[in-house]
Design a protein around this ligand. Structure first.
Ligand SMILES: Nc1ncnc2c1ncn2[C@@H]1O[C@H](COP(=O)(O)OP(=O)(O)O)[C@@H](O)[C@H]1O
Ligand SMILES: O=C(O)[C@@H](O)C(=O)COP(=O)(O)O
Length: 428
């Protein structure tokens, strides 16, 4: 293994695994495997890039650090020479963490300084200019992320947000330098490190900028960012790679299907509205999950009764409804309970021969995949930017959709592609 990635959630892990496997601009992608949690010590997979998916985005910083260091130790033991810490392209975190604390802990373990921090993913509309993160045409704090159920993003200035989380000095490199060259950026990162800046926010507004960052970090022990940060890395290892990433041999699975959505993000809400126009759906009554009156079997029976019709089960709701429930029960209590519920539903569905499972939401996906107790996933065809088909020899095909990713018809499209059907262009 040449490159190791530590991802702070499961959808984010499949997002960067997709970028690594895909390659860019004629450069062949890495043979990539996504591991679910830190693999057992003796586990080995033949791959060039290994992505360890953790569920550390919304847990206490000390726990996130401990798990990330464990992943780091495993990846280094596999021979990885460069480590990427992957977090959300919308920098999902709170003033306490976990991007700063984990980034600094990894940097300390690797003796790294002047480490790139760049959530930009221009292909999905996330750009970073003068330290400010934009989502499409608006600053982060004016986007729907300001209402995120777990980590409302109320400041678009990533430097300021990260300084609240970090113990050491946070630097920044503006686009004026990035646009010059990889050499100029490399020198700026070196200078930042010399000044005692561990984490350095680097602007990027286009894929070209991400390639420049890729060139600048050649040989660096650590970099951090969204999946865009991986765009320029394949070229750095080109001469050392011999495995093929191209043909994953995915032929499609035609067994039972289901869609589970716990994401309350704007894109997911539109996808749900769209899907319900032509497919059966069951809205989860959160109050009933909280008081234990909704049984997992009720949900499973609903899905099985609608086999072949792309049934959707969702707890997703608008920000006002979510706020009201959170005030009543507490943000974490409700998330834990719902995530656990979705996990149990997923286990039971797979036990009942569901072979194609689409999950919307990072935390929700983490809960589902953990409940399924899988070790590793192979990266298959891309359904939408940042969302590949993932397969496991169960047989099981999964699509773990980040809350804000995917076309309006994503659920139907994903199930179709997972069945091996052609569904046309995968652009957003
Ligand atoms: N109706 C609801 N009320 C409150 N919280 C909810 C509701 N539905 C889902 N949640 C919780 O909101 C969180 C959504 O996060 P996540 O699954 O990561 O989605 P996203 O990818 O959109 O961020 C989860 O922890 C989920 O359990
Ligand atoms: O970088 C991204 O935007 C995604 O890969 C991601 O991490 C999204 O997280 P969720 O919206 O919580 O799924």
């Amino acid at each position: 293994m040449l490159l190791g990635v530590i991802a702070d959630d499961f959808t984010g892990a499949s997002d960067i695994a997709n970028t690594l496997a895909k390659g860019y601009g004629g450069v062949r992608g890495f043979a990539t495997t996504q591991f679910l949690g830190v693999p057992r010590e003796n586990a080995r997979a033949e791959c060039e890039a290994g992505v360890v998916a953790l569920k550390t985005r919304s847990i206490p910083p000390e726990e996130a650090i401990a798990q990330s260091l464990e992943a780091l130790a495993w990846l280094r033991a596999q021979g990885c020479r460069q480590i990427v810490f992957k977090y959300c392209s919308t920098f999902d975190s709170t003033p306490q963490g976990n991007i700063g604390p984990v980034g600094e802990a990894l940097a300390a373990a690797l003796g790294a300084k002047g480490v790139v921090v760049c959530p930009a993913f221009p292909g999905a509309g996330r750009t970073l200019y003068r330290g400010n993160l934009f989502v499409g045409d608006v600053p982060l704090n004016e986007s729907s992320l300001r209402d995120h159920p777990l980590n409302p993003m109320t400041d678009s200035d990533i430097r300021r947000w990260l300084r609240q989380q970090a113990k050491q000095k946070v630097g920044s490199v503006n686009w004026d330098i990035v646009r010059k060259s990889g050499e100029a950026l490399r020198a700026a990162l070196h200078a930042a490190g010399e000044q005692g800046e561990t984490l350095v926010v680097v602007d990027a507004i286009s894929d070209e900028d991400l390639l420049t960052i890729g060139a600048a970090v050649k040989g660096a022990p650590l970099l951090t960012g969204g999946s865009g940060i991986a765009l320029g890395l394949a070229a750095n290892f080109a001469s050392e790679r011999s495995l093929s990433s191209e043909d994953t041999g995915f032929a499609g699975m035609t067994g039972r299907e289901a869609v589970l959505a716990g994401s309350c993000s704007q894109a997911t809400l539109s996808q749900i509205d769209h899907h319900l126009k032509a497919h059966p759906g069951m809205a989860i009554d959160v109050e009933q999950v909280m008081d234990g009156s909704l049984q997992v079997t009720t949900v499973v029976d609903f899905v099985l009764a609608h086999g072949g019709e792309a049934p959707l089960v969702y707890s997703s709701n608008n920000p006002q409804a979510v706020r009201k429930l959170q005030q009543e029960y507490g943000r974490e209590t409700i998330a834990d309970k719902l995530d656990g519920f979705f996990g149990s539903v997923a286990s039971s569905l797979v036990a009942n021969c569901v072979e194609r499972l689409v999950v919307a939401g990072g935390e929700t996906s983490g809960a589902v995949v953990s409940a399924l107790d899988l070790d590793a996933l192979t990266i298959g065809p891309e359904i939408a930017p940042g969302v590949p088909i993932l397969t496991n020899p169960y047989p099981l095909a999964l699509a773990l959709k980040s809350g804000n990713f995917g076309q309006t018809d994503f659920f139907e499209r994903a199930l179709g592609m997972m069945a091996g059907r052609e569904v046309g262009d995968t652009a957003r």
